[in-house]
Design a protein around this ligand. Sequence first.
Ligand code: ASP
Ligand code: MG
Length: 406
Amino acid sequence: MSLIVAKFGGSSVASIEKIKNIAQRIKDMRDQGNNVAVVVSAMGDTTDDLIALAKATGGDLSGREMDMLLATGEQQSAALLALTLKNMGCDAVSLTGWQAGIMSDSTYNKAKISDIDTNRIMAELNNGKTVIIAGFQGISPGGDITTLGRGGSDTSAVAIAAGLKADRCLIFTDVEGVFTADPRIVPDARKLSSIAYEEMLEMAILGAAVMQPRAVECAMQNNIDVEVLCSFKNNPGTIITEVSNMEKQKVVSGVAHDYNCAKVAIFDVPDQPGIAKTLFKALAEGGINVDMVIQSAMRNNHNDIAFTIERDDLSKALPVVNELVKKIGASGCSFGDKVAKVSIVGAGMQTNPGVAADMFEALADEDINIHMISTSEIRVSCIIDEELTQKAVLALHKKFALSELE
Ligand code: ASP
Ligand code: MG
């Protein structure tokens, strides 16, 4: 008997009708002789709605009470799915995160899973039950409810699959898998049959909202193959796996884009030790996440420093940066939020020179100016004008012949 961990996202449990559909899918897995542990997200926009309610109180949204509230979303969908399954003659039991033994640290709102005590889940499975676990939640060492950060039920599912040593980990979502680019922009984007952990991690971080990056990290650390597939169709999805399991000749696997970018530049920063520290410490203390950083070549003992942040953080960053300009004696600064990031990702880049040059050529051929560049071993990202994003994604998809990928 195989053990399957199957996760269903918010869109797959958004109504009772949808819950009935996935219940049938789960029953089919059982009827084929598998043990099944299911992880669910909250129904549709429930988490957003709960956040809106909490905001309306005017209270502090960062602490314990918020997790107490948000965890109820997943509890609802878990119980409703268990009721549906039982009504179909498929014995089931729903468990909260803590009943399922999901232990976490005590960082409210973005707790990390520290361990899973699988005894209860195993006992229920051995009793012939389908176990439905509320995703996105755990329990802190002090016994308080924690949540794992937005999109956290992906991480719940992968961690549970690792804890149970499951044979398969299936992430059911509203898309059919991982595509070479956003199909809404590139009509001939292809669904990848497999993708390496590292590539998926880059894609997830770059804004391809298929899976929470932490879940990919968790799968990579535990060496678990994860299949992403569509809950409304019966097609095979994309398997996220080790790179050695894949053909290595693929140089670029996908093009990602992200509109959630803003650019900040500080001019004539004195070139001396400690300046970057002062700048980025101040931003970190303001809770502002910095992505790319560029420092220009020095002239007259000064240089310019430019960086990108998330667009929503721009209003928070403005006062911090203005204050800093005065403090470090820079001549001024500029801000821009009409930019976007386009990236190419591929594990094969490590061994194939000239990939970045090909990317720059594709952008140049379309007359697209590059504001900033950053690279990792398997990724090249460029900041460009926001309005040119679609053009850039199409050009890059064509340049690397991604519509021919399997
Ligand atoms: N319901 C939570 C959220 O919307 C967790 C999840 O969906 O994975 O972020
Ligand atoms: Mg959700």
